[in-house]
Design a protein. Structure first.
Length: 156
């Protein structure tokens, strides 16, 4: 009887170690970032020619702006991946990464703003939804400017 009890305790200890390792692996998997296509991208894989990111808060356009003209003259559509930035040239493609989750979205600058202190970019509703910002309204982000000659946007 004592031998069976020791065997059972050893098996339980092994099982506890297995589940601890499994939980640790799940934690590590959750720390990785996904690009818009679902592939894992870590910060060290971001091309060096994209430069240092601009960090700050992002918000998104109010639905009442749907159909109104942007500073570039385009009509705002909340289902397109567009953004407003105070200084970047119109047509610039940026990659916006949410700091809390690591989720990415690519957006094209077609408007000016935001005009609230601490905010670095305003996103269309579609872009904000991709980052998971709609419920919160704002979130900390990093904005990377993608060079025009980069193959990722060369076809645009």
């Amino acid at each position: 009887m004592e031998v069976k009890r020791k065997e059972l305790q050893q098996k339980l200890a092994l099982l506890r170690k297995f589940f601890a390792l499994l939980a640790f692996c799940c934690f590590l998997h959750g720390c990785r970032s996904l690009d818009p296509f679902g592939r894992v991208v870590s910060s060290r894989k971001i091309p060096s020619d994209w430069g240092q990111p601009e960090k700050g808060w992002a918000s998104f356009y109010h639905p009442k702006l749907e159909g109104q003209k942007t500073a570039s003259g385009e009509v705002y559509q909340d289902d397109l991946l567009t953004a407003a930035h105070p200084t970047l040239p119109f047509g610039t493609v940026v990659m916006v990464r949410r700091s809390a989750t690591g989720r990415y979205v690519f957006a094209r600058v077609n408007d000016r703003g935001p005009f609230v202190g601490g905010r670095v970019i305003d996103l269309s509703r579609a872009a904000a939804k991709s980052l998971g910002l709609v419920a919160a309204g704002v979130g900390r982000v990093e904005v990377f400017v993608i060079p025009a000659e980069h193959p990722l946007i060369g076809h645009l």
